[in-house]
Ligand binder design. Sequence first.
Ligand code: FPP
Length: 245
Amino acid sequence: MSLIDDVNREKLPSHIAIIMDGNGRWAKQKGKPRIFGHQNGAHAVRQTIEGAAELGVKYLTLYAFSAENWKRPKIEVEALMTLLVSTIDEELKNLIDNNIHFQVIGNTNLLPDSVKRKVNTAISKTKHCSGMTLTLALSYGSRWEILDAAKKLADDAIQGKIVPQELTDEVFASYLNTAHMPDPELLIRTSGELRLSNFLLWQMAYTELYFTEVLWPDFSKEELYKAIVSFQHRERRFGKTTEQL
Ligand code: FPP
């Protein structure tokens, strides 16, 4: 029996963000090199995109490469970049066929030209798509994003385009990479690690957190349904009391 029957389609989280963790440990358990874990992680990425789109989730954001991941051994970074290029290549037709709008957040200037080219092609070929928005966080770090927003805001204030006293949550959010996207309602992190690792810190002020021991390459549509069902059983109070809801 599939858990999909337990998912309430009327109460889907509009935005799901995922920290895909545990590729290296998954490979190690099998006596294989880390890149073998990442390659199988790409399979879980495909399953998750398909599962979320089939349900009707509006936004899916995947933490594919953090600002800190540049510190990994050169050989692993290069393998991850190659995998990104080949996965985007292989998936582009599926994205278009499934009306999925593709975008990227992060300090993309640092990406190799081959990745930049592939990413830009996918963005331009899916810009008319009006179904789910799939966002890859690449070379992304939340503190970098917030600092970058603060610098742009300060510039605009110096030029008189914005008055500091009139700054609101909404105005600040419009300077972030995620402007035009709702905040995530559900964050999933695999592999049993219990931290946010510099991911969407501003945006996750009220996000429901779901942690699972499952290693990312073993993540599947069923695991996605399990996380959504858990989300749907929670009471989200946003600071109010139960009676006020
Ligand atoms: C974390 O596992 C995973 C990553 C740093 C990279 C995520 C990449 C993928 C899921 C594969 C390809 C992605 C796309 C979008 C095509 P880890 O290496 O930190 O695992 P560990 O903590 O067990 O060492």
